[in-house]
Ligand binder design. Structure first.
Ligand code: AMP
Ligand code: MG
Length: 419
């Protein structure tokens, strides 16, 4: 059974935000790892230490165009008294050398070509002369290993290429490709079914008749899920009919790793998510002490996490940040689940209820003496443009209520200030 968030209800029926988050996140686990092709594994977290089965590079090669020789054979070569060696063949890139190098012998070699066995150094072509096809004069003594890129110089067989828990970025992808690991074992990206509930909703492609509202939340959630690295699947608008919602949810169950719905979680009996899954499913509904975003549903449908977010567009955004985003990161095997946090000076007052964690949308900018946070608009949870103008959420912990202009607040940065 999912532990109900409201198990922890305080006297006022409000669950502290941190308690609600802990309740949710303690029930979320990394998705079972699978082997994915490199292009799909990009951005995913390695599920185990990925070890090298080969040395890299796999063979010693030449760093110069020239002649592969035995260093001992050219030890006394000078411009005035060159060494003369018999040319016994060529070593070309991508091929096994035509010949090995014995005493008194040399193999003509290209940059990147494998060093023929027997040779231990390369004399660059500019320090040689070819009196005829079979004879090379070398005007320079070279130390053993000179101009040879050794086998295993980059990575030695058995060493860890990518440690468990590390996210595969561009360099890791190249390294794994080079080392012959085309299907690394990673935690996959969760496939998340997004549902918008509400009789009033129409898709953004339709013109609403009076009283109807274009569905914003599906698109906010789409972007937020993409940004965090999950795979959103827009399941569309569901009417305020519990049977329709159940049908929609169960029709997607087979392909879902998680569900996120918006709307229909308030206290009213007519709230559709509650009506569909309260008692039937394993979903608990509670009032979280946060503004915006108070009513929240969380639980499991067939073992898959279901986040029932409130309907107000700003509440959706903030609830996603607080609950869904860290849960997605945890499902993807990520260790750090938070946003970057900076301390900033408020340029205007921010007001909210004292008994809740208050999130104010702010635009964070670097001033001459540190970060400044400018609130982007009113308190209403329906004012989606206030999120669009913001790059951060100023956090007033419970008990604070109001923060005045000039005061320092903590701000969660949800996108780069340059964006
Ligand atoms: P609810 O939580 O379902 O009562 O919705 C709260 C408010 O958010 C109502 O004003 C809804 O019209 C609005 N709302 C709900 N879902 C959406 C949505 N997908 N897009 C835009 N507004 C929404
Ligand atoms: Mg609704």
């Amino acid at each position: 059974m999912a532990r109900a968030v409201h198990d922890h209800d305080s006297a006022e029926g409000l669950v502290p935000l941190e308690t609600a988050r802990e309740t949710v996140l303690s029930q979320i686990h990394p998705l079972p790892p699978i082997e994915l092709p490199l292009t799909d594994a990009f951005g995913c977290v390695a599920a185990t230490d990925i070890k090298a089965a080969v040395d890299l590079p796999e063979f010693a090669s030449s760093g110069m165009d020239g002649y592969a020789v035995r260093a001992a054979d050219v030890a006394s070569a000078t411009p005035g008294s060159p060494a003369e060696l018999t040319v016994v063949g060529r070593a070309m890139i991508g091929h096994r050398p035509e010949a090995t190098v014995g005493t008194g012998e040399a193999v003509q070699i290209a940059t990147g070509a494998p060093i023929p066995s027997g040779a231990d150094a390369v004399v660059p072509i500019e320090n040689t002369e070819l009196p005829d096809d079979d004879l090379v004069r070398l005007f320079e003594a070279v130390d053993e290993g000179r101009h040879v890129r050794p086998k295993g110089e980059d990575v030695q067989e058995g060493t860890v290429l990518v440690p468990a828990g590390k996210r595969l970025g561009a360099p890791e992808l190249g390294l794994l490709a080079n080392a012959g690991v085309p299907h690394p074992l990673v935690h996959p990206r969760p496939r998340v079914i997004v549902l918008s509930t509400g009789d009033e909703l129409v898709p953004p492609t339709e013109s609403p008749s009076f009283g109807q509202v274009r569905d914003a939340n599906a698109y906010t959630l789409f972007g937020a899920l993409r940004e965090v690295g999950a795979i959103p699947v827009l399941a569309g608008i569901v009417r305020d009919d519990p049977e329709a919602l159940k049908e929609a949810v169960f029709s997607y169950e087979i392909q879902a790793d998680a569900f996120v719905s918006s709307g229909g979680v308030s206290v009213g009996e007519r709230d559709v998510v509650k009506a569909a899954f309260f008692k039937h499913g394993d979903i608990a509904f509670s009032k979280v002490a946060m503004q915006p975003g108070m009513p929240q549903g969380f639980g499991f449908i067939e073992g898959k996490p279901f986040f029932g977010l409130p309907g107000n567009p700003v509440s959706v955004f903030v609830s996603f940040e607080m609950f869904v985003r860290p849960a997605m990161l945890k499902m993807m095997g990520r260790g750090h689940l938070g946003r970057p946090e900076v301390s900033a000076v408020l340029t205007h007052d921010v007001k909210g209820p004292r008994d809740k964690t208050v999130f104010a949308r702010v635009e964070l900018a670097r001033g001459a003496d540190g970060w400044r946070a400018t609130p982007t608009g009113g308190r209403g949870s329906n004012l989606i443009s206030t999120v669009a103008r913001a790059n951060g959420l100023a956090v007033l912990p419970p008990g604070v209520g109001t923060a005045s202009s000039g005061e320092k607040v903590s701000v969660l940065l949800f996108r780069a200030t340059e964006d």
